[in-house]
Design a protein around this ligand. Structure first.
Ligand code: FE2
Length: 155
């Protein structure tokens, strides 16, 4: 079979790139949630310590799902530290202890940033490759649900 006649072959490169863009942000956020799990102090310590733990673990599971979608598109995902540092859309998490209200607000903002970036990529991916769109829709639902939980926890 001629490669040019393989299904969707032409769209695989840009679709895989779009998914990798999302992967980088999700990995950065997973690391930041883990840092928040360790750094949080103050009156909401126990609840947030646990929520950040679950978020970090959940984000790593999401990252695995989308990285393996990149592989299914016949590309190798790039989740290397250098790539995250260069390409992430997130501001770095501050060093040292972080009060509970501040920690929740930092992670909430970053959840919103990643959700907005995924929605941006969805516009393109949705037109090109519905199976990949499904994975990014599920990721958006996860991120927006987490953002709601942190909003609810703070109010
Ligand atoms: Fe822990």
């Amino acid at each position: 079979m001629n490669t040019s006649t393989m299904p969707n072959q032409d769209v695989h490169v840009p679709v895989a790139d779009a998914v990798n863009t999302v992967l980088v942000d999700v990995l950065d956020l997973a690391l930041q949630a883990r840092q928040a799990h360790w750094a949080v102090t103050g009156p909401q310590f126990h609840a947030l310590h646990q929520m950040f733990d679950e978020l970090s673990t959940g984000l790593m599971e999401q990252a695995d799902e989308i990285a393996e979608r990149v592989l299914a598109l016949n590309h190798v995902p790039d989740g290397r530290l250098d790539t995250i540092k260069r390409a992430s859309h997130l501001e770095p998490f501050p060093a040292g202890a972080v009060g509970s209200a501040e920690a929740a607000s930092l992670i909430r903002d970053r959840l919103a940033t990643v959700a907005a970036e995924v929605r941006k990529q969805l516009e393109y991916v949705g037109e090109q490759d519905p199976p990949t769109e499904d994975i990014l829709v599920a990721l958006t639902q996860y991120l927006e649900k987490q953002a709601w939980m942190f909003r609810a926890q703070a109010s």
